[in-house]
Design a binder for this molecule. Sequence first.
Ligand code: TA6
Length: 291
Amino acid sequence: MTLPDCITLEDSIPGYPIYVINHPAATARIAVNGAHVMEWKPTGQEAPVLYMSPDAILTPGIAIRGGIPICWPWFGGHPTDASMPMHGIARTRPWELLRADAKEGHVALLFKLQSSEETKALWPHDFICHLGISIGAALEVSLMTQNTGDSAFVLGEALHTYLTVGDIKQITVKGLDETRYLDTVGERVMRDQVGDIVFEGEVDRQYASTGGVIVEDRALKRNLVVNKLGSGTTVVWNPWIEKSKRLADLPDEAYHGFLCVEAANAGDACVTVAAGGNHVLLTQISLPSIV
Ligand code: TA6
């Protein structure tokens, strides 16, 4: 497939192809492993918008710590089998690039992942997934699921976005006030959000919300707007120090510099896709203003 001049296929890591985008509107890197948007930096921004761990393991079959991991077809642990991989099977498989187009204001890429005997050994359903990525002054990622089998399946999923922040202690997340959420830190319990979200310790919450949020970053003097479509769950996660120490692919102190805001469908928001049916989950990240 011919690539536009602004996209190159980098093989600096043997057996681990990465598409490198250098467009006037933004730069980005996308790994074939997991169709994983690793990096995105709109032109004019000093700091990248997506966070990538310096200790991320770039090996086929291993999930990447940072960027936008695709959690699919389950979110978190497998519903019934603890031996299955966390967050499903999509983020650790190679996806096929179907096409890439460069436009004046953005680059658009389309990746595909299709069921196989190997995937059906892990998840016994026929499917075709497409991932549409639009990279420019904003980033839009769309995960499209087609059920190509003859029976319905239940889908848990997330676009597990890692956002670079200047200092987690100077972050406020707006847009989830009075929203019900599952708090998974310690005992799993339902709570109601009171006011904006601030960070004084580990946060791992699944909010019942279909709307967007604003991440106000007073340290970097920027707002990140995270909008979404086809999502009933907004996951907000920062591991803080103790969990960071337990993650081998994340420096202990890295928690100061990132936050996950995930467009998801988890728990009661999991989606039933009928035979022959489809479902779209989309997240969009933009930077409308300098605070
Ligand atoms: O989205 C939050 C979460 O489910 C956390 O509980 C934490 O496990 C995080 O995902 C990262 O999961 P991973 O499997 O990528 O280490």
